[in-house]
Design a binder for this molecule. Structure first.
Ligand code: ZN
Ligand code: ZN
Length: 416
C-alpha cells in the first residue's frame, strides 16, 4: 500500500496527543472524539457511543470477507514518571469517586494510533483489497469493557466479521512480534468478599465473632489452593489485593472486606480455583461461628484469550512475509496477563487472533538475545505495562503496529 511514509508524522502527532490526554475506563470521551473525527476524515462510516464510549468504523469495499480490527482506548490510574515531553499530567475520578492520576501505562494510545494508521491506509488504497473492514475502538479494556459493546447490539448493528484481529504492545524490543495458537492470555476473575462477624469490645472476644481473625485464616488458606489443588504442570494465581476492616485497636469490627483476583490459564483450572475460593471462604466463616454467610460478589472478569489455530497460522505467515522470520516468533507459552479481545470472536462465533508487538527501545536490550527473553523473561530494568515508567518508543513502533494490522487483515482481504 502506498502513502504510508507520508502518514507517519500525523500519526506520531496523534499518538503524542493521546498519550498526553489519557482517560479512565468508560470515560474515553475525548479519545473517542479524536477517533471519530479521524475516521470520518478518512471516509469511514462512523458510529459513536457504542457500549458507552466505543466507536465503530465500517468501510465497505466491494464483495469479500468481513474483517474486524480492534483497538482498546482506556488508560490507568497511574502517575506518569516517564519524563517524556508529552507525558501525562491528567487526573480523573475513578469509579469509587476518588481523584486519581491518569496515564496511558498499558500502551492503548499506541493501539488506537496504529488502528487509525491502518484505517487510513485501507481507505486510501481501496484498489488493493476487497471486502469490508469493521474497525472497533473499544472502551474500558482494563475492566472488561468489550461485553458492553456486545450488549449494545454490536452483533446486529454492524457487518458480521468472519475473523477478528487484535494486538498489544509489549516491552519487547521494537520490531519483534509474537503470537501462538491456542491460549495466548490467561483469564482474570475479580471478587469482592464481605465477611460478617459480630463486633464488640476488644476486652470481650467471647461475646464477639472477630471478622479480622476470620479474614486472616481465609487469606492464609487461600494460598494453599495453588500449592495443593493445582497440578504442578498447570498454573494459577490467587491474590488478596486489599483488606479493609476495623478502625481502632480495642473495637472488634462487624465486617471485613477482601478484594481477590484469580488468574488461570485454562477453563478447568479457572473453574476449580473459583470453586475452591468460595468453598474456603464459606467454610472459614462457619469455622469462626459467623451468624451470617459471607457475601461473594464477582466484580469483573476477563476471559481466556484463545487464538484459532488455522487463523493464527495465516497471521504468522503474513507477519513473517512482512517482517522476516528472524523477527516473528511463535511464543512458547501464554502470558498470565488478561484481555477481553476474545469477547468479539466468541460472540460472533468466529476465529480470532491476537498478537504481541514490541515497543521498547532496542538500546535497553544491548547484549540480550530475544530468545533469552522468551526463555527467562524480561530483565528487571525494563519498564513493563502498567508501570509509571512504561511508554513505547513512538517510532518505529507505530510503523510496526500499522504494518502488522494491515499484513494480517490483507491475508483475508487481498484482491485475488
Ligand atoms: Zn493493561
Ligand atoms: Zn492493555
Amino acid at each position: 500500500m502506498s502513502g504510508f511514509d507520508a502518514r507517519i508524522p500525523a500519526l506520531r502527532a496523534v499518538y503524542e496527543d493521546l498519550h498526553a490526554h489519557p482517560e479512565l475506563s468508560f470515560q474515553e470521551y475525548r479519545t473517542a472524539g479524536v477517533v471519530a473525527a479521524q475516521l470520518k476524515q478518512q471516509g469511514w462510516e462512523v458510529t459513536e457511543g457504542v457500549g458507552g464510549t466505543g466507536v465503530v468504523g465500517v468501510l465497505v469495499n466491494g464483495d469479500g470477507p468481513v474483517v474486524l480490527l480492534r483497538a482498546d482506548m482506556d488508560a490507568l490510574p497511574v502517575a506518569e514518571e516517564t519524563g517524556l515531553p508529552y507525558a501525562s499530567t491528567a487526573t480523573g475520578v475513578d469509579a469509587d469517586g476518588h481523584a486519581v492520576p491518569v496515564m496511558h501505562a498499558c500502551g492503548h494510545d499506541m493501539h488506537v494510533t496504529c488502528l487509525l494508521g491502518a484505517t487510513g491506509q485501507l481507505a486510501d488504497n481501496r484498489e488493493s483489497w476487497c471486502g469490508t473492514v469493521v474497525a472497533v475502538f473499544q472502551p474500558a479494556e482494563e475492566i472488561g469493557g468489550a461485553p458492553a459493546m456486545i450488549a449494545d447490539g454490536f452483533l446486529d448493528r454492524f457487518p458480521r466479521a468472519r475473523v477478528c484481529l487484535g494486538q498489544h504492545v509489549q516491552p519487547a524490543p521494537v520490531g519483534f512480534l509474537g503470537t501462538r495458537p491456542g491460549v495466548i492470555m490467561g483469564a482474570s476473575d475479580s471478587l469482592r468478599i464481605r465477611l460478617f462477624g459480630r463486633g464488640g469490645h476488644g476486652s470481650t472476644p467471647e461475646l464477639c465473632v472477630d471478622p479480622i481473625v476470620m479474614a486472616a485464616a481465609i487469606i492464609m488458606r487461600l494460598q494453599s489452593i495453588v500449592a495443593r489443588e493445582v497440578a504442578p504442570a498447570e498454573a494459577a494465581v490467587v491474590t488478596v489485593g486489599a483488606i479493609h476492616g476495623g478502625v481502632k485497636e480495642n473495637v472488634i469490627p462487624d465486617v471485613v472486606e477482601l478484594l481477590i483476583n484469580i488468574r488461570s490459564m485454562n477453563s478447568r483450572v479457572r473453574e476449580n480455583v473459583s470453586k475452591a475460593v468460595e468453598r474456603i471462604v464459606r467454610a472459614e466463616a462457619v469455622a469462626s461461628g459467623a451468624d451470617r454467610e459471607p457475601e461473594i460478589t464477582p466484580t469483573h472478569a476477563l476471559p481466556l484469550t484463545v487464538n484459532d489455530a488455522t487463523a493464527t497460522g495465516i497471521v504468522l505467515d503474513a507477519l513473517t512475509e512482512n517482517f522476516g522470520a528472524e523477527r516473528v516468533f511463535t511464543l512458547p507459552q501464554a502470558f498470565s496477563g488478561s484481555e477481553d479481545f476474545s469477547t468479539f470472536g466468541t460472540a460472533l462465533g468466529v476465529p480470532s487472533v491476537f498478537w504481541h508487538f514490541g515497543g521498547a527501545d532496542p538500546l535497553l536490550f544491548e547484549g540480550i538475545a530475544v530468545e533469552s527473553i522468551l526463555e527467562d523473561g524480561l530483565p528487571a530494568h525494563i519498564p513493563v505495562n502498567h508501570s509509571s515508567r512504561y511508554a513505547p518508543v513512538p517510532e518505529p513502533t507505530i510503523q510496526v503496529g500499522v504494518t502488522a494490522l494491515l499484513s494480517a487483515a490483507m491475508a483475508w482481504l487481498r484482491r485475488a
